[in-house]
Design a protein around this ligand. Structure first.
Ligand SMILES: [Zn+2]
Length: 253
């Protein structure tokens, strides 16, 4: 260990965010799940589904529980900015793994679900946008004309004093299209976490109302189906923990 690293360790003790093991940024066991091939996760997202419609295909790398969940939480909530490059690489790898399916569309717009501005300010980085950029780069490398387009933003919403349902509705309405969408590009939605799918569904609604065609989604992690009900959100819908205080069950970001 270099002197500088040793000094840094004395100042800020480092440990694996997945299991708490000391003196490693992350351990091999907790890293391993993030290099698995992504799985189809849309069936675990009840709010993604609309009656009479085929849900979009969504891939996720890990289930949001245990060590993967702790790693995501450390990344999103605890200023573990050293995990930015970790998750960016994991997402790029996953994007490569599904490139054969995604790049059947030659022209792709990769659109990140919007992060709450206060979260981005606190972190100094827009996490979903970072993931979207990684995906677009990977699909360009696979021969597609893929661009990351920051088309969605989150409007500040006052949620105090509202019921869970009102807050949820407010969150749905707070997602805004910030630029025109190019209807000739197939849209792939990218986010860090999917719980119920409500945020992806809201993004799809916004974009399709503007003439876009949303084809697929890709997230780092998806909450397992267990305990979910179509009528009650789990409360941790991505930076839609943006929407965090807008869903039942989980407090603010
Ligand atoms: Zn670990």
């Amino acid at each position: 260990m270099t002197g500088a690293r040793e000094l840094a360790r004395l100042i800020v003790p480092v440990c694996c965010p997945g299991c708490g093991r000391d003196d490693v940024r992350w351990c091999d066991e907790c890293e391993a799940p993030w290099w698995e091939d992504p799985y189809r996760s849309e069936e675990n997202a009840p709010r993604l589904h609309r009656l009479g419609e085929v849900p979009i295909a969504v891939w996720s790398i890990a289930e949001l529980e245990g060590s993967p969940q702790l790693m995501i939480e450390a990344w999103k909530d605890s200023q573990r900015r050293d995990l930015d490059s970790f998750f960016k690489e994991a997402m790029a790898r996953a994007a490569g793994s599904v490139a054969a399916e995604i790049t059947t569309a030659k022209r792709i717009a990769v659109i990140a679900l919007p992060a709450r501005r206060s979260s981005t300010r606190r972190r100094g980085v827009d996490l979903p946008a970072m993931l979207a950029t990684a995906c677009a780069q990977r699909w360009r490398a696979a021969g597609s004309d893929a661009v990351a387009v920051p088309a969605l933003t989150m409007r500040r919403a006052e949620s105090r004093g509202l019921s869970a349902r009102e807050r949820w509705r407010g969150a749905q309405q707070s997602m805004r299209l910030s630029r025109p969408v190019d209807g000739t590009r197939a849209v792939v939605l990218v986010d860090d976490v999917m719980t119920t799918g409500a945020t992806l569904a809201a993004a799809r609604d916004r974009l399709e109302a503007a003439g876009a065609v949303v084809c697929a989604g890709l997230t780092l992690a998806t909450a397992p189906m267990r305990g979910k009900s179509p009528s009650v959100g789990l409360g941790w819908e991505s930076e839609a923990d943006e929407l965090s205080d807008t869903f039942d069950g989980r407090g603010g970001d």
